[in-house]
Design a protein around this ligand. Structure first.
Ligand code: N01
Length: 550
């Protein structure tokens, strides 16, 4: 299938129908930051594009995660497109916007860029099969089919919720929901006995919402979260209007090392290059500034060197323990000895998470020392007894990075499925292409910078890279592009080296694929967005080294 020919004649026209199938140059799966950016940019280049989304609105995780308290952890103006039509007339109300505001932002983006006309909502893709002629057949639930030359998977790192195998879960007589499949009509917390399993970002946010309303709240924690102060505040529209004069410069900054935020630079000195007093001042200043600055913006060896890391942990621990009244509770939430190197599990941002445990209606259960034995109709039974509940919240995370992809029956060459190809671990080239899956690219996927890079920043630089690749293929008359098993193995080996030379490899986290029983332990996100971007750029400069065109 010579997709560039059709593109050159069919751009901006309704798609063609071939053999009863809607046929496009490009099919994109997923309407989050990456998918929408690709739709916008590839359409501009004259490709015929269809974007398919399982949910009934735009925004990816922000559609799905409608649990109480859902809120982004990247501050304004980082978490938005750099496209002027999107930011010029958009005003945020808070420094860290909540889920409802983010959904409205995506509606605004839709209007500004006219995206919806090329999107099928409420359409869940079940299968994507590569054909001998180089095309893909994409099949949605209900049987609707699309044909395309290039398949772009933008399913995000957190689109497949993970529910642990808790014995008796289905017998629970109250209301039970995973945070990522929260019902649209909501669940009232007022006057109810609420239980929350999990203290990752979702758990922290639900706890903050439930504590003031619940008759009683029980939080089941397995591993402490080194949550950091968000330092949330309302934003003044007039101040934002003035700041917009600098937005082009600020957004450009997201793509300039060091770092991928426009206003948090990766530091260039180590924790022991300064005196203890100065180190304390640097930590304190980052703490007061809020957000991720304490995680990534203090010293360059915090995530590399154990002793440096310990200085950050100790600062975090002392600050946190000072907020918790009961020393026994403090020891569970912020132990004297670090449960893992600070920052190697993603720190959540909190507003009053730790103070919630000073309330008389909130109890903390350390399920590492008193494990959950079963879920019963009346509640959760641990080794210590039964905790009676009306509502059970499963804030237990995601089959991160790969789950959203392997949930689809994606079959490449020789009819081999992606799930089978990755059954013993993931191999990709640059986190974008999978050996034996020609004409298929992933964005914000496994083995790319993904969760170590601000979402819109990554969506734009990866999206631009893909756009240039497709244009070059069109110009040079190539109809297929793929990577090789050797390149996949080499990239995996490189990530494995990074796991060993940073502190990430020491911790069981979803970065390390270690949150899902039986999943092969490997680093699934590239922990340095600058270096990652350099790899993409070098690949392109070297004539797309590692890719084979046909
Ligand atoms: O999921 P998680 P999440 N028994 O995997 C526990 C983004 N996000 O949805 O740590 C008992 O972090 C598990 O315990 P442990 C963000 O990138 C962002 O909260 O494995 N407990 C952990 O406490 C985030 O990092 C926002 O020991 C079990 C929790 O469940 C990512 O999504 C908001 C268990 C899962 O935490 C995932 O966050 C929400 C079991 N069998 C999400 N299995 C923002 O603020 C798991 N747990 C932007």
């Amino acid at each position: 299938m010579r997709w560039w020919c059709r593109a050159m004649t069919a751009c901006r026209r309704p798609n063609t129908v071939v053999g009863g199938m809607d046929t496009f140059d490009v099919v994109i799966v997923g309407a989050g930051f990456s998918g929408l950016y690709l739709l916008h940019s590839l359409r501009k280049e004259g490709f015929s594009v269809r974007l398919i989304e399982a949910q009934s609105g735009l925004g990816g995780v922000w559609q799905a995660n409608r649990y109480p308290g859902a809120r982004v952890d990247s501050h304004v103006p980082n978490y938005e497109y750099s496209i002027e039509a999107c930011w010029r007339d958009w005003v945020w109300t808070e420094r860290f916007p909540g889920r409802e505001e983010l959904v409205r932002y995506f509606e605004h983006v839709d209007q500004a860029l006219g995206l919806s006309r090329d999107i099928d909502l409420d359409t869940r893709i079940e299968a994507c099969h590569f054909n001998a002629d180089g095309s893909w057949t994409v099949t949605a639930e209900g049987g609707r089919q699309y044909a395309c030359s290039m398949l772009l998977l933008c399913t995000g790192f957190g689109s497949k919720p993970y529910t642990p195998d808790l014995p008796g879960l289905e017998s629970f007589a109250g209301i039970c929901h995973h945070t990522a499949t929260w019902p649209e009509e909501g669940v009232g917390f007022n006057g109810r006995r609420i239980g929350v399993i999990g203290t990752g970002a979702s758990g922290v946010q639900v706890v903050q919402e439930a504590a003031p309303h619940a008759e009683h709240l029980t939080v089941f924690q397995r591993t402490p979260n080194t949550a950091l102060p968000m330092q949330q505040r309302a934003l003044d529209p007039e101040v934002q209007a003035v700041a917009k004069a600098n937005y082009p410069e600020l957004f450009a900054q997201r793509n300039v090392p060091p770092g991928n935020f426009c206003d948090i630079a990766r530091p260039d000195i180590g924790a022991f290059d300064v005196t203890e007093t100065v180190r304390g001042e640097v930590f304190e200043s980052a703490w007061q500034w809020g957000g991720f600055r304490f995680w990534i913006g203090t010293f360059n060896d915090i995530l590399l060197d154990e002793a440096a890391n310990r200085t950050a942990y100790d600062f975090w621990r002392d600050k946190t323990r000072a907020r918790i009244d009961d020393p026994a509770v403090a020891e569970i939430l912020a132990p004297m000895e670090p449960p893992y190197p600070f920052g190697t599990k993603r720190p959540s941002l909190e507003q009053n998470f730790y103070e919630c445990f000073n309330r008389s209606n909130v109890a903390l259960v350390d399920i590492r020392s008193t494990p959950i034995e079963a879920i019963e109709p009346a509640g959760v039974r641990t080794r210590d007894g039964l905790f009676e509940l009306d509502v059970l919240v499963l804030a237990t995370g995601f089959d991160a990075n790969t789950g959203g992809l392997t949930a689809i029956d994606i079959r490449g060459r020789d009819n081999r499925s992606l799930a089978e190809a990755w059954s013993d671990g993931v191999d990709t080239h640059l986190g974008m292409a999978v050996p034996e899956f020609p004409n298929m690219l992933m964005l914000y996927g496994p083995q790319s910078a993904t969760a170590f890079c601000n979402g819109p920043t990554c969506a734009e630089f990866q999206g631009d890279w893909v756009g240039r690749l497709l244009k070059q293929m069109r110009a040079e008359g190539h109809s297929t592009v793929e990577t090789t098993p050797a390149m996949g193995a080499a990239w995996t080996a490189h990530l494995s080296e990074l796991a060993d030379t940073t502190l990430f490899g020491r911790t069981d986290s979803w970065y390390m694929a270690a949150n899902i029983p039986g999943k092969r332990r490997q680093l699934l996100n590239y922990p340095n967005s600058d270096a990652y971007r350099d790899h993409l750029s070098d690949c392109e400069t070297d004539g797309y080294k590692g890719f084979v065109f046909g």
